[in-house]
Design a protein around this ligand. Sequence first.
Ligand code: PHE
Length: 344
Amino acid sequence: MKEDIERILSELAGLKCQTEKEVEEARVRLLGKKGEVTKLFEDFRTVSPELKREFGQKLNLLKKAVTEKLEELKGSVASSSSAGGKKEDATLPGDPMTLGSRHPVSIARQEIINIFRKFGYDVAEGPEIEDDYHVFEALNFPPNHPARDMQDTFFVSTGHPNPLLLRTHTSSVQVRTMEKQSLPIRVVCPGRVFRNEAISARAHCIFHQIEGLYVDENVTFADLKQAILLFAREMFGAETEIRMRPSYFPFTEPSAEVDVSCNICHGKGCNICKGTGWLEILGCGMVDPNVLEASGIDSHKYSGFAFGMGVERIAMLKWQVNDLRHYFENDMRFLKEFNTCVEV
Ligand code: PHE
């Protein structure tokens, strides 16, 4: 019996288990009904009385050691399984993964660009921090002329003859295109623009524009009208009508503002079109000969038209959003409404 006790004790020291099942097997082998330790307790009955005290103590210590070892093994197996040893339950529902979506301004911008791409226009981009020359001077805004007040400007540096400023329109990109590109030119210029304006439902100090320029021989006002009509019908529906009202821009002559027939009331008059049946979408005109000449283009040989629109304004009209500020506030309830708008 003595040897058995010692053997079990030495085995116990080296006992290792990887899983709960192995711990349970060891428990049955040692302490189960027919276990080795249980059997020793049964054999104890046959031990002679003078040895009973000694072996009784030894057996009790053995049982205690076995029980403690099994507890220890159970604990270590459980902690290692919670640290990653446990099998994944593939039937559990997955964690939700929220996908982002395109911003409505970005969707509208892409839609406008895609329409003009179909008409053969390229896309040109330029710097947001510009100089006075490209934003004003080359576009026929004379120095100190009140026309400069049409677009309140954020200056980055002043006191210089050609100060740096945040561009107030992307017409500056058209100037840069005329300077470097060979003729004919057909481009749209999307981008962010900045104006020192009070923020309201209809105006913001930062917004997006897409301006267009077409320069070639024999370009006429009729070409301009047709290009705008085709754009309006692609953007707002095949039934859309346009009307042109005389206007003024320093860089175009003649100039016009374009309205589209209200796509909500179809001309009957509603609160979106303020009862007029018409919605203003853009400014346009024939490029002033001074502007062509400033960029080195022979205005006797070439003529051109230009137009410019606010992307937020087009997006407001298309999706009947009544406050421009929604586009800048990143309210998820608003943005989520555009999750289903697919790019064309
Ligand atoms: N640049 C003008 C604006 O920002 C828009 C425009 C572009 C008008 C081209 C006429 C021709 O308001």
